[in-house]
Design a protein around this ligand. Structure first.
Ligand code: MN
Length: 185
C-alpha cells in the first residue's frame, strides 16, 4: 500500500511538472509570436499596441496588388461596394512595406485621398522630399502626379485610401522605390 502511494505521488509530481513546463512554453511562444509577427523594435507601436491603435482593422492580405508592393500589405474594405459607389479601404503596411511609384490618372477631377489611421509612414511625390505620415494626417494626392506611399522601415502603418471620383480614371503602376532611396528616409 505504501509503495502504491509513493508511485501515485511520483506520477502526480511528474504530471504537475509537465503541465507547468507546457504552460510556460505556450506563454513564451505566444509572446515571441507577437514580436516576430509585428517586428517592431521602435517601441511606440509594438505588437498588440498597433493592433489596438489600428481601429479600422487590418483585413486580409492584399494578394491582388502584391506585385505592385514591396513587402506585405493588407486591405480592409470599409464600405459595401454594392451599396456605396465610393470605395474606401483601410490599407495596412508591415514595417518596410511600400507601394511602387504610381499615378492615378484622370482627365477631370480624380486623384486619391489618404487618411492616416495608425503607426508611421511616408508619402513622396516625384521630385519632392518624402513627407512623414502619422495618425490624423490627411494627404490629398492630385490626379496625374507620380508618387508612392507606405510604412516606415521599423513601424507598421495604416491609412484609409479613397479614390476621388472623376472622369477618365486609370492607375498606372511604375518602378519600385529602390532600397537605396527608401533606407535614407
Ligand atoms: Mn496612391
Amino acid at each position: 500500500m505504501k509503495n502504491v502511494m509513493i508511485i501515485l505521488a511520483v506520477i502526480f509530481f511528474i504530471i504537475s511538472a509537465l503541465e507547468t513546463f507546457y504552460i510556460y512554453n505556450c506563454q513564451k511562444y505566444y509572446m515571441e509570436g507577437c514580436d516576430i509577427t509585428m517586428k517592431t523594435p521602435m517601441g511606440e507601436n509594438k505588437g498588440m499596441d498597433f493592433e489596438k491603435e489600428n481601429v479600422f482593422g487590418k483585413g486580409e492580405l492584399n494578394s491582388a496588388y502584391a506585385k505592385y508592393f514591396k513587402g506585405n500589405s493588407y486591405l480592409n474594405p470599409l464600405v459595401d461596394l454594392d451599396k456605396c459607389s465610393l470605395p474606401m479601404f483601410n490599407v495596412t503596411f508591415e514595417p518596410g512595406c511600400r507601394n511602387n511609384w504610381h499615378i492615378h490618372h484622370a482627365t477631370k477631377d480624380g486623384g486619391q485621398i489618404l487618411i492616416c489611421t495608425a503607426g508611421k509612414g511616408w508619402y513622396q511625390e516625384e521630385g519632392k522630399e518624402a513627407q512623414e505620415l502619422k495618425p490624423g494626417v490627411v494627404v490629398v494626392i492630385p490626379a496625374n502626379v507620380k508618387h508612392w506611399h507606405g510604412a516606415q522601415k521599423d513601424c507598421w502603418f495604416s491609412h484609409i485610401a479613397i479614390e476621388v471620383p472623376g472622369e477618365g480614371l486609370s492607375n498606372e503602376w511604375c518602378e519600385e522605390v529602390i532600397d537605396e532611396e527608401y533606407n535614407k528616409l
